[in-house]
Design a protein around this ligand. Sequence first.
Ligand SMILES: *[C@@H]1O[C@H](CO)[C@@H](O)[C@H](O)[C@H]1NC(C)=O
Ligand SMILES: [Zn+2]
Length: 296
Amino acid sequence: MNIMAAASNANLLIATLVLLAAILDRGSCEVDENIIDLSHKYSNTAMVTWPMLLKFNISVGFKGLTPGGVYYEEKRFCTSEHSGTHVDAPLHFYEHAQSVDKIPLKTLIGPGAVIDVSGKTDDDPSYEVTVQDILDWEADNGRIPDGAVLLLNTGWHRRWPNDVEYLGTKADVNNPFNPDYRWPGLAGKTAQWLADSRSIGVYGVDCVSIDYSGSSTFPVHKIFLSPEHGIPSLENVANLDAMPPTGTRVYAIPMYIRDGTGAPTRLFAVVNGGQRHLPAFGLVAVIVLLARRCLL
Ligand SMILES: *[C@@H]1O[C@H](CO)[C@@H](O)[C@H](O)[C@H]1NC(C)=O
Ligand SMILES: [Zn+2]
């Protein structure tokens, strides 16, 4: 191989690497277009919070010119850990149990499994999801994968942020157990079956609580958040109608609060997360072929 040939081979390799970078970059743009946001936005007005809890409240800390003439703006907020789209950590129902900062990120990321029961809740707003509902879903979609982020679409996210529709009656700060509250959820028996028979990583629902409105003993919280099962659970999940039943990777990313019993969570799904590897895979094959031509 003479020096001229070596130089042109080097140029070819560089050109190939530039092409590789361009194609990988394009690949990541395509992935962006397939992100589904499953979070409600925090604001002072358009939110429903469990009665009794401190509502999200944001205000301006500073807005204006600094002494040096530079525009500067800063806001501050105050909130219960449990307002908006948020995760409950085991510590929420068990003293000394795992706090939100101790939940490993790998638990909070997993294949999405979305069970739509919104057809059943139209007629029965206190509907309790049965084991048979889960088995029916599995008959169509396969067994719930280990480490899944299992999300229940009750249709309630469509009622947000109308508190009368979302809670069944006007939120009453003095009465967290108003008998007129109405929203669906898993039956306690179904939660027990899921905890014992499947290995989900995270559970979530598009209602104000993972327990349905008629419960005063919180069986779903008690089962999922128990130190034995330790399944972090999401409340006030948004936008579930946009989700396919399977074929997504869901990311539940809570604020990193030391000793938190829960935390506001940015929840989103990436659709067909595996597909972006296809162009990269094809390109690796091209590079191998070119490298062989260059170097042999
Ligand atoms: C929100 O916070 C601000 C700043 O602390 C306070 O002045 C205001 O009263 C609060 N609003 C409510 C509704 O609590
Ligand atoms: Zn909570």
